[in-house]
Write a protein that binds this ligand. Structure first.
Ligand SMILES: [Zn+2]
Length: 403
């Protein structure tokens, strides 16, 4: 199949957007609704207008560029996000937004026929690094999260998303609905790069359960307190970590304790309190449900064994989602037609696509992340493969718009 897109323009756009939010220290920071995010939004809106698309901004600050079709009806939307984690790379999210923009620039510029309307979208606060929850803008868009609740979300300094949206001038009043959703993204994991594959045909997105756990025991002298008389909350946490890591590995799931606080935190004191976070994920709903129940039981069992008190707060839960078979087949077919090596795979990371999948036909395309690195400055993907992924996105959009 011939290439349709202007690859130089796509790469130049990615590089230009990638420069925004880079500070004197060389770090790229475009946390949602920050000044860096505003500058990136301004550039995207400029490009949307230059492409002759209809710029729309909704009340949670999601940005759209709409290209009307010859028929009435809700657009097929392709998008992702341009907010970043702290000290981010330049590919996460931006690849999806700018590839969708390049697809629409080309379809508009070459007047490629499309019956249904098409739209590029940049969703607000996908990362959740500043405001919780993540995938905030897309969740409001589909009606999973009430607008008032999203606007009231506070960052670490107490500022609300609503105040920041108003401050940067992105509290819009447009409305839109999606008839189908496509998202092109870098893999953010090592699978494709390790297998030397060019395209990931994404079949669904992992589900997750998260908890904040506090174990309270007895702080005591590290030299004089015999082992059998201790109530050490860190020992309880360690036992839980080992038990659940083994249980997850057995079921092809993943279990992470990513943040631990031990107090008082002295070399010669048996800890009195341990706080830690749990992140448990699986692509399989039955497995996730089973491990969720198992984890809560293990949290209590380990506390009992060490004689410590436990406080366990569930902080997040999402079910695994599967994409529509017809949408998966489309991505796979165009990858093959373009002669690109590919494989079906699940996504271990969350994406805006997860909120669309239960509602409208949804699909995702991955390209390899070199070395599997993401959410860090070393994040890297091959520009040539990004352009090929963007071609597949365009193939799918045109087919969806004309079927
Ligand atoms: Zn992302």
């Amino acid at each position: 199949m011939e290439n349709r897109l202007n690859h130089e323009r796509l790469i130049a756009s990615l590089e230009e957007l990638g420069k925004i939010g880079v500070g004197k220290d060389g770090q790229r920071n475009r946390l949602a609704l920050s000044d860096g995010d505003k500058a990136a939004r301004d550039l995207l809106c400029k490009w949307i207008k230059e492409a002759g698309l209809d710029l729309k901004i909704d009340p949670i600050g999601n940005i759209f560029g709409v290209l009307s079709g010859t028929e009435d009806g809700d657009p097929v939307i392709a998008g992702s996000h341009i907010d970043t984690v702290p000290n981010a790379g330049m590919f996460d999210g931006c690849v999806g937004v700018l590839s969708a923009l390049e697809a629409l620039r080309t379809i508009a510029g070459k007047k490629l026929p499309h019956r249904r309307s098409l739209a590029v979208a940049a969703w607000t606060n996908e990362e959740g690094s500043r405001f919780l929850p993540g995938v905030l803008g897309s969740s409001v868009f589909v009606g999973d999260l009430p607008l008032e609740k999203a606007l009231a979300a506070r960052d670490f300094s107490g500022v609300t998303a609503g105040d920041e949206l108003a401050r940067i001038g992105y509290a819009g009043c447009d409305t839109l609905k999606a008839s189908a959703y496509m998202e092109f993204h870098v893999e953010q994991g090592p699978f494709l790069d390790a297998q030397k594959l060019e395209i990931g045909v994404v079949t669904g997105i992992t589900g997750l359960s998260r908890w904040d756990v506090t174990y309270k025991g007895e702080a005591n002298h590290a030299g004089t307190t015999p082992m059998n008389l201790r109530h050490d909350p860190l020992v309880a946490a360690s036992k839980l970590h080992l038990a659940m890591s083994a249980a997850a590995a057995e079921k092809n799931a993943v279990f992470t304790v990513g943040h631990v606080e031990v107090s008082p935190g002295a070399v010669n004191v048996v800890p009195g309190r341990t706080f830690f976070t749990i992140d448990l994920r699986s692509q399989d709903r039955t497995v996730l449900d089973e491990l969720h129940v198992r984890c809560e039981a293990e949290i209590r069992r380990c506390a009992r064994e060490e004689g410590v008190d436990v406080e366990c707060i569930p902080t997040d839960h999402s079910d695994p989602v599967s994409f529509a078979p017809g949408m998966i087949e489309k991505v796979e077919r165009f990858a093959k037609l373009r002669g690109l090596s590919n494989r079906r795979m699940g996504s271990g990371a969350g994406h805006d696509a997860q909120v669309f999948a239960p509602r409208v036909p949804t699909a995702m395309i991955f390209v390899p992340s070199i070395g599997g690195k993401s959410h860090c400055p070393e994040e890297l993907s091959d520009m040539n493969l990004i352009c090929q992924g963007a071609e597949i996105l365009t193939d799918c959009l045109l087919e969806l718009a004309n079927e």
